[in-house]
Design a protein around this ligand. Structure first.
Ligand code: IMP
Length: 207
């Protein structure tokens, strides 16, 4: 049976990927469950580059882990928020923006301040998630998922994390922090990227 290793320590992401791949004949392990330690420098210029850096670092550690490299697929993701009026900032720096230890309450307030005077039709933004896959034969690919929205004028909602309270979905008249988790997962950038990875792995006959 094939094993998918997802290179993340985030239990929310693991829950989402297990849910989306649950009907496939493979087991899904986090990097920790797989006994892999891989430190990667996320210094890429794009989400896809960073996802690939993480996936390749983890894949390089598979041979010493006890897993069979011929049966193991390694996935990693990178995600963030692109705001068009700010030249796609914070982009690949989303987690590091204003410092990793700065609260999102402060980061969100600063982004709203930087958009002062920007009219609604130019407050467009998107959450992007790229997932990189490294296959047993060493081949690799990336897929992308995105969700379009607008930056609001104040924080709204208690669900989600990060930039969710300022990411407004005009069609739903709510921020992603006002959506229940299962509703957000159905439309999220990460959910879209996970479904795309699943489709590509099946198309290539890997799963
Ligand atoms: P990473 O992909 O885990 O490195 O996450 C990158 C950063 O992007 C997070 O720390 C958040 O700041 C932001 N981000 C990514 N996805 C979301 C989301 O669904 N909601 C809010 N913020 C997000």
């Amino acid at each position: 049976m094939k094993t998918i290793v997802f290179a993340t320590g985030n239990s929310g992401k693991m829950r989402e990927i297990r849910e989306i791949l649950k009907d496939l004949p493979c087991r899904v392990l986090s990097i920790k469950e797989a006994g892999i330690r891989a430190d990667a420098d996320e210094n890429g210029a794009t989400f896809a580059e960073n996802a690939m850096i993480k996936a390749k670092a983890a894949a390089a550690a598979v041979p010493g882990s006890g897993l069979d490299p011929k049966e193991t697929i390694v996935l990693a993701d990178d995600s963030g928020l692109e705001i068009d009026a700010l030249g796609k900032e914070p982009g690949v720096r989303s987690a590091r923006y204003m410092g990793r230890d700065t609260s999102y309450h402060v980061k969100n307030a600063e982004l709203i301040r930087r958009l002062e005077g920007v009219p609604a039709d130019r407050r467009t933004a998107r959450f992007v998630c790229e997932i990189a896959a490294v296959l047993p034969d060493g081949d690799s690919f990336t897929v992308r998922g995105a969700i379009e929205g607008k930056i609001g004028y104040e924080e709204r909602g208690e669900n989600g994390f990060g930039y969710d309270p300022i990411f407004y979905l005009p069609d739903m008249s709510r921020t992603t922090a006002e959506l229940p988790m299962d509703e957000k997962n159905k439309i999220s950038h990460r959910g879209a990227a996970l479904r795309a990875v699943r489709k590509e792995l099946m198309k290539r006959g890997i799963l």
